[in-house]
Design a protein around this ligand. Structure first.
Ligand code: 5GP
Length: 118
């Protein structure tokens, strides 16, 4: 699948659309979801051009993948949700209703989620 450089998260990375940033470095960005499902609802994205989770895991380097996951843990520590707990979700493709075609995780916390998704 070809990456669409006009997607909203690409615009956020380029600074064309404002976001409330939680964490940023050379390789990834975390910002608050505009439509929160929990008191903590952060979107975490690599800055590289990956359409989905499968695109990322297929085409990013081992270093990029491992750095991405380790940094997610650091962000959870920074948000103080390691002990209280949190949920990480990625929607991959049409059946999951992925709406933004730039790979992202949702990090949800500070809310007791009674319903298990699975
Ligand atoms: P998806 O459905 O692709 O997994 O999730 C996309 C998420 O991006 C949604 O939760 C939506 O609220 C969020 N979102 C869409 N547009 C914007 C935006 O312009 N700014 C921010 N901060 N979040 C957005």
């Amino acid at each position: 699948v070809k990456y669409d450089e006009g997607n909203i998260f690409a615009k956020i990375i380029r600074g064309e659309v404002k976001s409330t940033k939680i964490y940023e470095d050379e390789y990834l960005l975390a910002f608050e979801d505009i439509n929160k499902s929990a008191p903590v609802h952060v979107i975490i994205i690599p800055k590289g051009q990956f359409v989905s989770f499968c695109d990322f895991t297929s085409h990013a380097s081992e270093t990029q993948i491992s750095y991405f996951f380790k940094t997610i843990s650091k962000i959870a520590k920074k948000l103080d949700i390691v002990d209280s707990g949190f949920r990480l979700v990625t929607n991959n493709g049409a059946d999951a209703s992925q709406s933004v075609p730039h790979f992202h995780f949702h990090m949800l916390g500070k809310k007791k989620m009674e319903e298990k998704l699975l």
